[in-house]
Design a protein around this ligand. Sequence first.
Ligand code: UDX
Length: 472
Amino acid sequence: MRITVFGAGYVGLVTAACLAELGNEVLCLERDPARIALLERGQLPIHEPGLAELVTANVGAGRLRFSSDADGGMAELQFIAVGTPPDEDGAADVEHVLQAARTIARRMAGFQVIVTKSTVPIGTAERVRAAVQQELDARGSGLSFAVVSNPEFLKEGAAVHDFMQPDRIVLGVEAGTAGRRAAALLTALYEPLNRHHPRTVWMDTRSAELTKYAANAMLATRISFINEMANLADLIGADIEAVRCGIGADQRIGYSFLYAGCGYGGSCFPKDLQALGRLASEAGQPLRLLRAVEAINNDQKLMLGQRILARFGDDLHGHVFAVWGLAFKPDTDDVRHASALVLIGQLLRANACVAVYDPVAHATARRALEQDRSLGPEALARLRYASDPMNALQGADALAIVTEWKQFRSPDWRQVKALLRQPVVFDGRNLFEPRLMAEAGIEHHSIGRPPRARLAMASAGAALPAQGGQNA
Ligand code: UDX
C-alpha cells in the first residue's frame, strides 16, 4: 500500500519505518530539512534500539522516503504523527495535527483515510473531519474521506518491537460508508500483525482517543500505588519486593508495572496525565485519583535527594556524589521529566559536587540542566560528566542509582568500595538485593526494603524471586 506519514518525530519515524518494513511504500513528511538529510544518511535524531537499521534498510530498498514536500504524498492512507505539546494549561495542543489535516485536504484528489497516531484530546477526530471538510468546501470539492483514530502504545527503548508485536491495535472508526471503507483498508494494512491471533480492537473515535489516555493513566496509577506502599513498607519494616510478588500472583493484579522506585518520568505519562486531567475538568468531572497519582510521583522524585540530605546533612558543601543514570529509563537518551534531573538539582542546590554517568544521555541532560533556571553557572560548574561508571565514583561520598541500565546491575563491589570515600549506595530502582549488599559491607538505601524486613528474611532463610527494576 502507499502511505504518507506526517512527522518524523518519535512516533512518526517508528510508524513510517515499521510500515515500510511490512512491505508498504511510505513517504514520511518532515518540515525540518536538516532532519531529513540526517535520516537519509541513516542517522537518527533519537536513540531507539533497532530503528536506525530499519530506516537504513528500507530507505535502501526504496520503500521509505523522506521529504518536506507534501505534494508527493497523495497516498490513500495518511497518517498524522506530529507533536501535541502541552499548552500553558497542560492541555494537548492539536494545532499541528489540524495543520496536517488541512494540508491533506488541499491536495486531496480521491478518497483518503486520515489516521491520527498522535495522542490527542477526545473529539480531535471530529475536529480533523471539520478542518478537512472546511478546506474541501472552500475548494468546492465533494470528495469523501474518513478519519480514524489509531493511538500508539509504543514504549521508548522497545518501540520497534511494540509496533511489530503489539498487545493490541486500537482502531476508532466513524460510522457510515466512509468509515467502513477505511476499516477495510486498515484491516488489510494491519493483516500481517493480526495473522497469528487477532489483536485489533474496533471502536468509535472518541473511545479510541480515551483508550490511549486511560492506558497511560492506569499504568501511572500502578506505579504511584506501589511507591506509596513502598514508602509505608519502609516505615513499618516490610519488604515491598515480597509484597509485589505476593500481590502479583493474583492474576487480577499481575506483576508488571509494580516496581517501586524514584518515580516515573518520560514524555508520555506526565504529559498525558496532565492533558487527561485537564479535559476531565473541562467535562465537569475532575479526576481526583489522577491528581493524587501525580502528587505522589512528584514527591517520589524528591525522595532520593531527601534521603541523601538526611544522611549527610542539609549543607553538602565539600561532599561529592556519584549518580548513575540520567535518562528517564534505560535504552533511551530521553531525559524529559527524568528523576535524575530532580536529584541532581537537589544536590547542586545543597552545594554538593556531582559526578554523573549515563551510557547515552549526557548531551540531552546537559541541555536540560543548562536550561534549569534554579541552577546558575556556579552550580553547574560543580557537575562533572564522567567517562564511565567507575570514573564517576572516584572520591564520592555515595553512589545514587536512578536509571536501571543493564550495565549497572552487577558492578564489581570491591572496586566500588575502593573508589567511594564511604560505601554508601542509594538504590533508586531497587536493583540490588539488600542481603547481598549487607554481606558486601555496603550501606544500602533502597525504596521499600528496610533492614528490619531483611533481617527477618535472612533468619527465615527465605529467598525472593528475581527482582531489580521493571526492565529486569
Ligand atoms: C509509556 C507507556 O508504557 C506506553 O505504552 C505509551 O505509549 C507511552 O508511555 P514510556 O514513557 O516509553 O511508555 O516508558 P515506560 O516503560 O512505560 O516507563 C515510564 C516510566 O515509569 C519510567 O520512568 C519508568 O522508570 C517508570 N516505571 C515503570 C516505574 O517506576 N515502575 C514500573 O513498574 C514501571
